[in-house]
Design a protein around this ligand. Sequence first.
Ligand SMILES: C[S@@+](CC[C@H](N)C(=O)[O-])C[C@H]1O[C@@H](n2cnc3c(N)ncnc32)[C@H](O)[C@@H]1O
Length: 409
Amino acid sequence: MTDPVGDQYQGYPYPARDPADEAKRLVRGSPSRWVEIQHYVFAGRRDPAAPFRALVAGGGTGDGAIMLAQELAERSGPGEVIHLDPSAAAAAVAVARAEARGLRNLRFHQGSLLELGGLGAFDYIDCCGVLHHLADPAAGLSALAAALAPGGGIGLMVYGALGRTGVYPAQAALRLLAGPGVPAPARLETARAFLADLPPTNWLRRNPHLHDHLQGGDAGLFDLLLHARDRAYTVPAVQDLLAQAGLRARAFIEPVRYDPLTYLADPALRARAAALSASDQASLAELIAGNLRKHIVYAVRAETDSGPARPAGPGTVLVLRDGDGPALGRGLAGGGRLKVDLDGIGLRVAVDAAGARLLTLLDGRRSLGDVRQLLAGDALGEAFAFQAACDRLYAALGPLNLLLVARAG
Ligand SMILES: C[S@@+](CC[C@H](N)C(=O)[O-])C[C@H]1O[C@@H](n2cnc3c(N)ncnc32)[C@H](O)[C@@H]1O
């Protein structure tokens, strides 16, 4: 019997990518930014130049594998990324992208993540947008967990139930209008006509958080509304999936979205929310926000007991995930507020004068020891003031997934 999911990704490799675009830009996103792996999986303590092996399970047309291989190629130390996917058509796009970039640290393996035997152990496994398409996602995640090297971790993305409001009724409607027995091009045509006719009351039409059916071409439309197998998860369902595989969440991305205090102003509500367990807080945040269309989570083995990353120690580097620290620091000179948009929820995050000053010195390479030396003779260079300023800056930007901790290389 042929697998309908396999047929789909052979016919419509996802996401649609043109290898020629590699000359113009690198597609970056979570999970699997190198700095995020260092921070969330290894708590900022791993030697960044140590040998590193990663698996991108269900790598598709290559976004995660290309990004990670490119970022690893730019550091010192040996590293290897294996792209695994059953779809030869998807892998062909990823191969062409790797060739366009001249990447030599990326290998390709055609197959299923359910059969990893022979590929060895991995320090890190990316599985982005794959588990929710498997017949048995828990078995898939257990297979991945079994391939982790000691101390390793996984970066996952699965669909979020609330943020996909409207998707599943639309999928059901399209199965009635043009089900899986109808040839794919005719199903796409039906889906386009259906979208054009949706009344303003339809939940898919009213959901502003979904774009694939409008901007993702045939592959995006097929993936969102005509998928052969697809389910979505609430936060407790993600926790459950992880627990079944012997894993636990280190962080949901961006952490600020999973904190109910981000959304609640009323003091009594804040006090009640703050008294909940960490997993209930994340669950409450999802229920309040309503806009989490996917859950990105970094997970480690349940028994891994290294504490969280800390913005402390002379050999630690504070890395601004995106953008230019010095430019941001200059923009916030004297203290200011950073505007952040969480898909329709606006935040203004305060950065004080000392934090802005620190930012001007964070170039992604300087260790905290170096930064403090540059501040010698300055009140901020005093040990206590320096650490307190680092802690406050990290408390402001860490939850946004903007300021991350790595070890100096
Ligand atoms: C939605 S795409 C995601 C691609 C990529 N991870 C990304 O985020 O751009 C899902 C991919 O999972 C692959 N896939 C489906 N079943 C799989 C399995 N059992 N093992 C590995 N990959 C699988 C599909 O072929 C497809 O390329």
